[in-house]
Write a protein that binds this ligand. Structure first.
Ligand SMILES: [Zn+2]
Length: 285
């Protein structure tokens, strides 16, 4: 078991990295680790995560009662407690507001498309937990739906949450989410997102065992996420046939290679089409 002094120093280091990378501003974000079977070591409320010292941390029990520390525990303690309650395997919880991932959380766009092999083998999919008022008991309720099957999720209009079997693995998942969000944003700005086929997604899932990756749930690869429960599996959008795309080029070129807008064909997912219709109806009112 890792000594308490090492865990305190690790929390300070992870907080510094999060702040330096712009994942948190001001006093945002919070970090906790298990300290034995029935205690947690946690960042205190109202401190900048970039300038913490090991003596600032709080120790609480699994009900959130403070056992030690000059400061009060994190304002998001209830969310952390809920994760430890639901996941006996989790040793550490990290919460931050990385800007690109949080942009996806604000736009209501989950990071659940089969795009990057590494993300599929590690996190699988990154859903969005419904909006809840920060620091209230609503937030743990929103997280509960997804935490059994996911090691990382976005929090609608708020930020992101990751968990791991140690603090660094939880923190690296936060890095992976922000990195994935940045890549997804660039691909979408370029106007094309080629998706990995369903067969390949299942092959990648098979590699988890080879790499010793312990995912909390299997991947459910579907065309649109229908008929898959995010409480039981990691829902990923992946086309059933190889090379197919759920999100095609915005303009499909004519056979002579010219991209005439008059002749252009636009292909949309069902969700995008529904959104367009909704927007059109709203503008008529
Ligand atoms: Zn937050």
């Amino acid at each position: 078991m890792t000594p308490e002094s090492t865990l305190r120093a690790d929390i300070v280091e992870v907080g510094r990295r999060m702040y330096n990378r712009g994942y948190t501003a001001s006093n945002d974000g919070n970090i906790s680790v298990r300290l034995g079977a029935d205690r947690l070591l946690m960042t205190p409320k109202s401190v900048c995560k970039g300038f913490m010292t090991p003596d600032m941390m709080c120790i609480t029990d699994l009900d959130g009662k403070k056992l030690q520390g000059d400061r009060d525990p994190s304002s998001e303690m209830l969310m952390h407690l809920e994760v430890y309650r639901q996941r006996a395997d989790v040793q550490a919880v990290v919460h931050a507001h990385p800007p690109t991932a949080t942009g996806f959380a604000v736009a209501g766009i989950p990071l659940d498309r089969a795009v990057l092999a590494e993300v599929l083998t590690t996190l699988g999919s990154i859903p969005i937990a419904e909006y809840a008022t920060p620091s209230t008991s609503e937030l743990p309720e929103a997280v509960r739906k997804y935490i059994k099957a996911h090691d990382g999720m976005l929090l609608a209009n708020h930020g992101a949450l990751t968990v791991g079997t140690d603090l660094y693995s939880a923190y690296y998942k936060m890095e992976t989410i922000e990195h994935f969000a940045n890549i997804s944003l660039v691909a979408r700005m370029l106007g094309r997102e080629n998706l990995i086929s369903r067969d390949e997604v299942l092959r990648l899932q098979g590699l988890r065992g080879t790499y010793g990756i312990k995912a909390p749930a299997p991947i459910c690869a579907t065309d649109d996420g229908a008929n898959a429960d995010p409480a039981d599996c990691q829902v990923v959008q992946a086309p059933s046939s190889g090379g197919a795309r759920l999100v095609a080029d915005v303009i499909r070129r004519n056979s002579d290679g010219a991209g005439s807008n008059d002749e252009a064909e636009i292909r949309l997912t069902y969700r995008e089409l529904s959104q367009l219709i909704e927007d059109a109806i709203r503008s008529l009112r």
